[in-house]
Design a protein around this ligand. Sequence first.
Ligand code: FAD
Ligand code: EPU
Length: 338
Amino acid sequence: MTSLEYHHHFPLKSLNTFGIGAFAEQLAIVRSVEALHSVLLDNTLPISILGGGSNVLLTQDVPGLVLKNEITGIETVLENEHDVLVKVGGGVVWHELVLWAVGHGFGGIENLSLIPGTVGAAPIQNIGAYGVEWKDVFHSLDAIDLQTGRPLHFKLDECEFGYRDSIFKREWKGRAFIAEVYLKLHKKPVLNTSYGDIQRTLEEMGIERPSIKDVSEAVIRIRKSKLPDPVEIGNAGSFFKNPELEAADFQRFINKFQNAPNYPQPDGRVKVPAGWLIEQAGWKGQRFGDAGCHAKQALVLVNYGAAKGAEILDLARRIQDSVLEKFGIAIVPEVNVW
Ligand code: FAD
Ligand code: EPU
């Protein structure tokens, strides 16, 4: 495989999990940092970065140059009695890294099994699921500044990771191309099975003393039962973030909606599941043409086949308005709208 592939007017339908039929004016698939530098040398077009396309909504053809990250490689670079430091190419498929770690008995990312997308996109929104976040195993990353072509290095405390947030969604948005990451995994991991669904699923599987592999398999089972598979129905996972209310706002809300599920956070705020708000506002299972709100998980907007990105976005806006009107709560997209 060559380290660089260049295409004009390239169809993106199979490169985004919503399955939206848009085109990239230019597409460069880069498989090494050197290939990236050679693209940047001649380029004058605006650049968008694409990984696995599992957290983007394409509302139009993408002007300029789309850089698709396919830099691969998984390598142990340091090791002691307790931990391993692993260097991973940003274009590696996230779940393949999870399977590699599980296969080697390295703990830390088993709760993040089956999240679609690439390793290089994981820091962008600090991916999270079942009680674990990306930041919990993150060591550092190497990126390229697309404006200057210079190498960048970010350590944990420089990434400003938060719930579905990082510096790469703000100051460095679209500018830092994440090429390689370093993760710290554990040889003697303490498993995190505190998330209710995991414990219950392990019991159903008849497992009392779970291994890393058991936890990974339990998470895979839960996810398959709840979330639509993009191969069957186009989607990008949760469309919105769960809102985190300040204590006083939460009190006002819960006085009025006493049966609302809620999760107090360490900082005093309280997370309210957006899926519940959307379901209560009457959207769950609704379909408008090929755009819809999933019947099993209201937080997931779906494309049943030929929906345009603009139709999904329009549905998202109507959901936002109705949740604001009914509950006085603003929900914001998790998905990146292009
Ligand atoms: P893309 O969608 O290609 O890109 C996402 C954003 O990151 C874009 O803004 C893009 O420009 C930028 N980007 C991508 N690669 C790079 C790079 N190398 N350098 C700089 N910027 C880059 N997310 C969770 O957190 N938890 C979940 O449990 C979860 N479940 C999901 C379930 C389903 C069924 C689906 C479809 C999605 C789910 N997601 C979840 C969302 C998604 O999987 C993650 O956000 C994932 O990290 C996106 O990776 P990607 O490679 O597909 O990124
Ligand atoms: N709920 C409803 N109706 C629904 C869906 C959810 O009432 O249709 C309520 C239920 O009370 C349920 C609660 O919401 O107990 C939480 O639902 P769920 O466990 O499915 O999790 P979520 O909050 O909807 C979040 C993440 C997921 C992640 C799971 C598991 C966000 C925005 N989403 O979903 O991440 O996989 O928890 O940890 O934080 C993603 O980011 O794309 C994603 C899928």
